[in-house]
Write a protein that binds this ligand. Structure first.
Ligand SMILES: [Zn+2]
Length: 206
């Protein structure tokens, strides 16, 4: 069964994000343009076939024109890029019930399990390592490389928070298989806005 997908680009503080969804669930969330190229963004986005919106513009969307899962993801991103901490939508719950991705997007069992453990155990504002996640998924730390591959193939960038996995040494490591300043931005953003860390905020005020 072929899906009829709807696509939009979201202009966020760090990059242009392309979301694709059908009525059965999300197909993909990926970055179109990286932070370093933000200058070119306006030219590129006006040339694109996929319409581009600012986060606040999506508030005016006609709800009948878009699949629910797309609207839900857009809402999630509006909250994510606000300074209010973790978005309300429970992505883990949707993933567990197989209501997040369109069934057409097939994940390996390992990837599915990995994303679930990541969503469940490494929450907004937190970090973990590839080895630790391997421990959670397989019961030992020998799967770090396989975890890395699953992260690289993450179909839903940011929403499935592969950016929260860092190296054992404390270095933030690669993002989507590359060196990338966006990963640091996301980690900093979450730490600054984590509602569960009032002490940190208090310390900063002094
Ligand atoms: Zn679909």
């Amino acid at each position: 069964m072929n899906c009829e997908t709807k696509q939009i680009n979201l202009s966020t503080p760090i990059c242009l994000i392309e979301l694709s969804s059908c009525t059965r669930g999300l197909h993909s969330i990926k970055r179109r343009i990286r932070l370093e190229s933000l200058e070119q963004e306006k030219t590129i986005s006006t040339n694109q076939l996929i319409p581009c919106y600012r986060l606040d513009e999506t508030l005016m969307f006609d709800k009948n024109k878009y699949p629910d899962s797309l609207l839900q993801a857009i809402h999630w991103f509006r909250q994510y890029f606000s300074n209010d901490g973790q978005p309300d939508l429970d992505v883990y719950d949707l993933m567990e019930k197989s209501q997040l991705l369109c069934p057409q997007i097939q994940l390996t069992d390992f990837a599915h399990k990995t994303y679930l453990q990541l969503l469940k155990n490494v929450r907004y504002g937190q970090r973990s390592t590839y080895g630790e996640l391997s421990e959670m998924v397989m019961g030992n730390n020998r799967g770090a490389r396989a975890i890395g591959t699953a992260m690289k193939n993450n179909p839903l960038m940011i929403m499935i928070p592969c950016h929260r996995l860092v190296q054992k040494s404390g270095n933030i490591g690669k993002y989507g298989g590359e060196e990338d300043s966006m990963k640091q931005w996301l980690l900093d953003h979450e730490q600054d806005n984590d509602r569960n860390q009032p002490e940190r905020k208090k310390q900063r005020e002094f």
